[in-house]
Design a protein around this ligand. Structure first.
Ligand SMILES: [Zn+2]
Length: 445
């Protein structure tokens, strides 16, 4: 009975304790935790974003597949361009030869033109000489006529008269001529000799003029042929250039068409990639909210926090501020710490004692890569991201200054560094206002 009573009593006490615990835990939940509906909402949002990301990744793959279907075509145009290039080289060699030909013909033409000009001058000179000789002949005739009249009037009919009246004196026998000539005065003889010479000279000049004119006409014919030749060569050049230009324009137009399609596909891929990045950042924000159950109402006291990278040659490469990375401007929710010598593999320590709430040993994890979150109580949490290795697990209690991992380049990172974030009561704050900094710390960004 007693024992029954005692059992009954102890049972009642137990139920009171249980009730009290339930009341306290209810109070605790309502005081610190986000509501179930909020939790469900955040999880739903994360799920939605994840499915969008998966969809976008599929779209990127589709775009890449589509772009790769143009690879052969682009390669074909590249081959055509290469072939055209060797054709262009040949044409250029041909054009260079034709240029040399044209230069040679132009020189020849200039030479012939000079020759024709010289011949023209020659003809003019000969013409003048002919006029001069004709004048001489006329003058000589006048003198002879005067002498004839004088001898006629003095009655001494001379052989000169006979000579001058004879139509065919060249058929006279030599002796007859000598005989006749002996009978005329020496002066008359000289006059007739000069006349004969003038007549011969005149005939020579006329012949020379004829020959010069023939030569000139021949030169003009050669010149005309050369000009036709030159025109032909120039046309060959024009035609060759046109063939090249037409072929180039055709291939370029085809290539431009394909490249604009491929560029369009690549641009779309880039947009989807940017959307994925934004989605992953949003997921991270929701995950922080979900994990921030006990942060909302903490005191936020950070106390003494040591520098997370325990070396004397570290610097801040990027501060807690708005910054633009790959065209996207957003708040940098932490500081980036590098080490003077090699950052990669450098030890990362807990800035303060606490319990590990997150420890990713692999994966992209929304851009943080391998990362650790330590809950220090009082609504204070610290984040250590882009690690190359993680030495702790969820639930571990870590002391201040103990190694939790090593600096790396995992996740959305472009070079080994530690991204250190400090969250107080669910909001990011500037860690520089809470960490004890090494002496002479450099802020480079
Ligand atoms: Zn960072």
């Amino acid at each position: 009975m007693l024992s029954k009573m005692t059992n009954k009593k102890s049972g009642r006490i137990l139920s009171i304790v249980v009730a009290l615990i339930l009341v306290f835990s209810t109070i605790s939940l309502s005081a610190y935790a986000i509501s179930d509906s909020e939790k469900a909402e955040y999880n739903q949002k994360i799920e939605d974003i994840r499915s969008q990301i998966a969809e976008n990744k599929k779209k990127i793959q589709e775009l890449r597949d589509e772009a790769s279907t143009y690879d052969d075509e682009i390669g074909g145009y590249q081959d055509k361009i290469d072939a055209l290039q060797s054709q262009i080289d040949l044409y250029n060699q041909e054009i260079a030869l034709i240029d040399a030909d044209i230069k040679g013909i132009e020189d020849e033409i200039t030479g012939i033109e000079n020759e024709i000009e010289a011949l023209d001058k020659q003809v003019k000179k000969l013409d003048a000489q002919v006029v001069e000789i004709q004048q001489d002949i006329a003058d000589t005739y006048t003198i002879l006529g005067e002498r004839l009249r004088a001898s006629y009037m003095s009655g001494t009919s001379s052989s000169l008269e006979y000579l001058l009246t004879s139509d065919n004196f060249q058929y006279q026998s030599y002796l007859e001529r000598i005989e006749l000539l002996e009978r005329i005065s020496q002066h008359d003889n000289d006059v007739i000799k000069s006349l004969e010479e003038d007549i011969v000279k005149l005939e020579e000049k006329v012949k020379e003029i004829e020959a010069t004119k023939v030569e000139k006409n021949e030169k003009i014919e050669v010149l005309d042929a050369k000009v036709v030749d030159l025109e032909g060569k120039k046309q060959v050049q024009v035609d060759a250039r046109k063939v090249i230009e037409d072929a180039e324009a055709e291939i370029q137009a085809d290539l431009d068409k394909v490249m604009s399609i491929v560029n369009g596909l690549n641009a779309s891929s880039k947009e989807y990639e940017a959307a994925i990045e934004r989605g992953e950042a949003t997921i991270l924000d929701y995950e922080h909210k979900l994990s921030g159950e006990n942060e909302s109402y903490g005191s936020g006291t950070t106390g003494n926090m040591v520098w997370p990278v325990p070396y004397n040659n570290t610097y801040v490469s990027s501060s807690f501020k708005m910054r633009t990375l790959n065209g996207v401007t957003r708040q940098h929710n932490g500081i980036d710490i590098c080490r003077g010598s090699s950052s990669y593999g450098a030890t990362v320590v807990a800035v303060k004692a606490g319990t590990v709430t997150t420890a990713y040993h692999s994966g992209y994890n929304g851009g943080f890569g391998l990362y650790v979150v330590i809950d220090h109580g009082d609504g204070v949490k610290t984040y250590y991201a882009h690690l190359s290795s993680v030495n702790v697990n969820v639930g571990d209690y870590v002391t201040q200054g103990s190694k939790i991992g090593e600096i790396g380049n995992t996740g959305y990172s472009f070079g080994a560094h530690l991204h250190f974030g400090l969250m107080i009561n669910g909001g990011w704050v500037n860690p520089m206002n809470h960490l004890s900094k090494p002496a002479g710390l450099e802020i480079r960004g």
